[in-house]
Design a binder for this molecule. Structure first.
Ligand code: SF4
Ligand code: SF4
Length: 166
């Protein structure tokens, strides 16, 4: 079997000490530091969480919401398509019969475990009724206990679409 011998670079003392490479790196860092010290408008970072990002696009996949029909009723028909498509298996639905005559079923319970969710959007894609969306723009979800990261039907229905989303 042919073995290809690769020439090893960095044989001289200058190359092996890394001193010059280190100073080259520091020079670049110092140049940016001084430039940003004079003009802060080029700095791309923000002081999160005191300052929140303003450039979240409407396509950003944030915390979910359940949508409503024009008459204010729940759009979801408890078909379980989203739960079936979910790769993280973190959507829990209990269906009940619908009495308003709009459809056959609706969710009695609808929960999403946000600690297990990988925010892939498969549930949104799978829904045949446009009943679940991730256009809230909510990118942080803080809680003290694990169970508080499970978001339930009422909260999902209260979540609103972010400004600019369709
Ligand atoms: S975003 Fe993905 S992981 Fe999260 S609930 Fe929807 S399908 Fe499941
Ligand atoms: S959100 Fe959509 S896919 Fe999920 S159960 Fe309701 S109607 Fe079906």
């Amino acid at each position: 079997m042919g073995v290809k011998i690769v020439k090893r670079e960095g044989k001289t003392l200058k190359e092996r000490s890394y001193i010059f490479a280190l100073f080259t790196g520091l020079r670049v860092t110092l140049r940016h530091f001084l430039k940003n010290l004079k003009d802060t408008s080029n700095i791309k970072t923000i002081s999160y969480p005191e300052e929140l990002p303003k450039d979240i696009t409407p396509r950003y996949r944030g915390v979910h919401r359940l949508t409503k029909r024009d008459d204010g009723s729940v759009r979801c028909v408890a078909c379980f398509m989203c739960a079936t498509a979910c790769p993280a298996d973190c959507i829990f639905i209990v269906a009940q019969e619908r009495e308003d005559g709009v459809d056959e079923k609706m969710p009695k319970k609808f929960s999403i475990d946000l600690l297990e969710c990988i925010f892939c959007g498969a549930c949104v894609e799978a829904c045949p009724c446009d009943a679940i969306r991730m256009d809230t723009g909510i990118f942080t979800f803080i809680a003290q206990k694990r169970e508080d990261f499970v978001i339930h039907k009422d909260a999902l229905l209260k979540n609103k679409a972010m400004k600019g989303s369709k």
